[in-house]
Design a binder for this molecule. Structure first.
Ligand SMILES: [Zn+2]
Length: 298
């Protein structure tokens, strides 16, 4: 039986049908429906189309940004306020005639990488997303962890004490000052480079400049790696994951996967930390794939 996943973001609704081995069968992408009733109808129709073409689905899962409770409760849904507090899982289950699992998109990212991605086979997986925002998700034993407050894995809003050479802390999207996100998102790397080089360059371009030997870019990247190592050392000490998977637009820059574990080693309480740091296998696809893996039989 096939698996169906949906990724409902701020502007697009993506849908994916996979076979039981994780091979893609079909996908669609459309503007996000801007009402509750239309969301249910859109998901129902897309699932029915997939089932007509590829046979019945064993599981239907949905990824979305925000705080999603362990039972799929939509506590806070970023940019989709018409879904907040609504019984979407129960209403979709009724419309589709089968259970529907809903989880935070960062948890779906971690789940996808834990099942057949860069952390396949690992028991405890932390998925760390480095992009415009800094998010994360936790998977233990093949199951995403939602948490008592539906914020498990939200390391981006932990405070991070940076060195003086990192500059002054700035206000975060959450309203606090000096969160991990404000030190590790794309804007942070660009701000760091601008403070030395005096010009505006995007994060991935700074990595390319560093590879070509630009001294300001190399220094900014080294500071970025050190801050990332400090933040992730806290994750290793707390969660002790087998694997940390890096996703998001900054995840592939500057050899983070090889450099950062060397920098976190002295900050982790274990004498020789074995946690692996790896780039995501499925990248931006992982949220959608993780949604399709949600609700699978154990
Ligand atoms: Zn914050």
């Amino acid at each position: 039986m096939i698996r169906i996943g949906f990724d409902i973001g701020g502007s697009k609704l993506a849908a994916l049908a996979m076979d039981p081995g994780g091979r893609e069968l079909a996908r669609t992408r459309q503007d996000v429906p801007r009402s509750y009733a239309l969301t249910i109808e859109t998901v129902r129709a897309a699932a029915a189309n997939f089932e007509d073409a590829h046979g019945p689905a064993a599981a239907v899962g949905i990824a979305m940004p925000g705080m999603i409770g362990a039972g799929g409760e939509l506590i806070r849904v970023v940019n989709l306020p018409w879904l907040e507090g609504r019984p979407l899982g129960a209403d979709l289950a009724q419309a589709l005639g089968r259970p529907v699992a809903i989880a935070n998109d960062a948890n779906c990212f971690a789940l996808s990488e834990a099942i057949d991605g860069a952390a396949a086979g690992a028991d405890v997986v932390f998925g760390a997303i480095l992009g415009t925002g800094v998010g994360g998700g936790i998977v233990v034993g093949g199951r995403p962890l939602a948490g008592a407050n539906a914020i498990a894995g939200e390391w981006g809003h932990n405070p991070l004490t940076a060195d003086a050479e990192d500059g002054a802390p700035v206000v975060c999207s959450c309203g606090r000052t000096g969160c991990v996100e404000t030190w590790l998102n794309g804007a942070a790397l660009a701000r760091d480079y601008r403070s030395v080089a005096g010009r505006e360059v995007a994060g991935p371009e700074i990595a390319r400049l560093a590879e070509r030997g630009d001294p300001a870019a190399r220094a900014a990247l080294a500071r970025y790696q050190r801050r990332l190592a400090t933040a992730l050392a806290g994750i290793v000490n707390l969660l002790d994951p087998d694997v940390i998977v890096l996703g998001g637009g900054l995840s592939a820059i500057g050899s983070l996967d090889t450099q950062v574990p060397k920098l976190w080693a002295p900050l982790v309480v274990a004498p020789a930390p074995r946690t692996r740091l790896v780039p995501a296998r499925f990248g931006p696809e992982s949220g959608l794939r993780g949604a399709a893996w949600l609700g699978r039989p154990s």
